[in-house]
Design a protein around this ligand. Structure first.
Ligand code: HEM
Length: 418
């Protein structure tokens, strides 16, 4: 028999949880007692917490559309292609974009740059014996790698971009810096449009040139589509990777046995460990969809037009799927985590994200093997909703020597994450 809405109504608002752990505990309580629940917040929405249901919501676009955006409530930014569209259109774009970020493309073209930028940013702090692992490494490396890869030449523009996405994902919506980040990103769009236009006129062999030259089912891509795709690659690729790196660095402060094991690990263990960190500490905590055709989940009738929040965080802790889900088991395999989503929207950048994650972690363990966090100064993301993690992670370590001459990074400004 179907459950009534009253039976499953809970007092839940993912924007209210002040602490990282609180939200995970709230999801865990729901998963045990009321795995599909209704919240009256933000105009009403469903919360889905069990692995199989989350997988279904993310995968089954015939019932759950992505077209209303990934957050509840929505943020008024323009649509991201291909994240905010469904098949058949989604398939056309995704097919055109897949070649840009294959495992081989990442290994050949991007891993050397990840190595370079990681060395540059570790060099910047290595002689001082102190840094903020978030601003100096976890924000800096993905911003440099992604913007350089796209073909963005002006390095002085990289940091404001990294910091704006850090603010957008982390700060509370009432915080003026959140609003400023939105305004910055809107202005950045104009610059992005300009850069794309230059490449339309004069291609340069970089991914931005490849994007403006794409053909979508035999017709040239429009300017708006190219802008939306490029913006999404930046938006989806920067702070998610930042969060993943930050979580692992904080974990390795508290769990020195894992640090020791990873310090001498081979490639195979690094790969399983990367997925395990992503499972245990999912950077994307939840994704939203809108129901388009009535469907019952765990006895709850979900009706067209209703918003649904699928908690990846919760699915990845589901004890029916993962043994000892709260523990980090570096060699966990298989590991069917949903940190990169599921189905047609599964993350296009996952090979890049994994490579950046491993690149930064390995560099830290090699060059700052005794780093310790300044625990009193650790700051969580002020907003723990769709994403969450560590906003600031100051650390000290035994100073070391630079590997590159000082001139190597003279143009690069330090990321400012106040
Ligand atoms: C650890 C880092 C990352 C995590 C946890 C992550 C997570 C996700 C998730 C959960 C989705 C599915 C969204 C949905 O179902 O609606 C997704 C999609 C996407 N991600 Fe990532 N992502 C990461 C890094 C990246 C990177 C580095 C890039 C590119 C530079 C990227 C680009 C995208 C794009 C374009 C989509 C949309 C794909 C589609 O709709 O077909 N992501 N990501």
């Amino acid at each position: 028999m179907s459950k009534s809405r009253d039976e499953v109504t809970v007092d839940f608002d993912h924007h209210r949880s002040p602490r990282l752990l609180d939200l995970s505990l709230a999801y865990s309580a729901l998963r045990g007692r009321c795995p599909v629940a209704w919240s009256k917040s933000h105009g009403g929405f469903w919360i889905v917490t069990r692995y199989d249901d989350v997988d279904r919501v993310l995968k089954d676009y015939r019932y759950f559309t992505s077209t209303d955006g990934p957050t509840i409530p929505g943020v008024h930014l323009v649509k991201g292609i291909p994240a905010d569209i469904d098949p058949p259109d989604h398939t056309k774009y995704r097919r055109a974009l897949n070649p840009l970020l294959t495992r081989e493309a990442v290994q050949e073209k991007m891993e050397p740059r990840i190595g370079y930028w990681t060395t540059v940013f570790v060099d910047r702090v290595i002689e001082t014996g102190e840094c903020d692992l978030m601003a100096d490494l976890a924000v800096a490396v993905p911003a440099a790698v992604t913007l350089e890869w796209l073909g963005w030449e002006n390095r002085e523009e990289w940091w404001p971009v990294g910091a704006a996405w850090h603010d957008l994902l982390g700060r509370r919506r009432e915080d003026p810096r959140f609003q400023q980040a939105i305004e910055f990103i809107e202005r950045f769009d104009l610059r992005l449009a300009e850069e794309l236009e230059r490449r339309r006129v004069e291609p340069r062999g970089d991914p931005m040139s490849a994007i403006v030259a794409l053909e979508i089912e035999g017709r040239p891509i429009t300017r708006e589509e190219a802008l939306s795709i490029t913006r999404l690659l930046i938006n989806a690729g920067l702070d998610t990777t930042t969060i993943a790196i930050g979580y692992a660095l904080v974990h390795l402060h508290y769990f020195l046995g894992d640090r020791e094991r990873l310090g001498v690990a081979d490639r195979e263990l690094w790969e399983t460990a990367t997925d395990e960190f992503l499972r245990r500490y999912s950077p994307v905590r939840a994704f939203a969809r809108t129901c388009v055709e009535e469907i019952e989940l765990d006895g709850c009738p979900i009706r067209p037009g209703e918003r649904v929040l699928a908690s990846v965080d919760s699915a990845n802790q589901d004890e029916d799927v993962f043994s000892n889900p709260l523990g980090v088991q570096l060699d966990r395999s298989p590991n069917r985590h949903l940190a990169f989503g599921s189905g047609i929207h599964r993350c296009i950048g996952l090979h890049l994200a994994r490579a950046e994650f491993m690149g930064v972690l390995r560099a830290v363990l090699e060059r700052m093997p005794d780093y310790r966090l300044v625990e009193d100064e650790l700051v969580e993301y002020p907003r723990q909703s769709e994403t969450g993690g560590w906003f600031r992670a100051p650390a000290t370590f035994t100073p070391g020597r630079r590997l590159l001459p000082e001139s190597a990074d003279s143009l690069v400004m330090r990321a400012v994450v106040a």
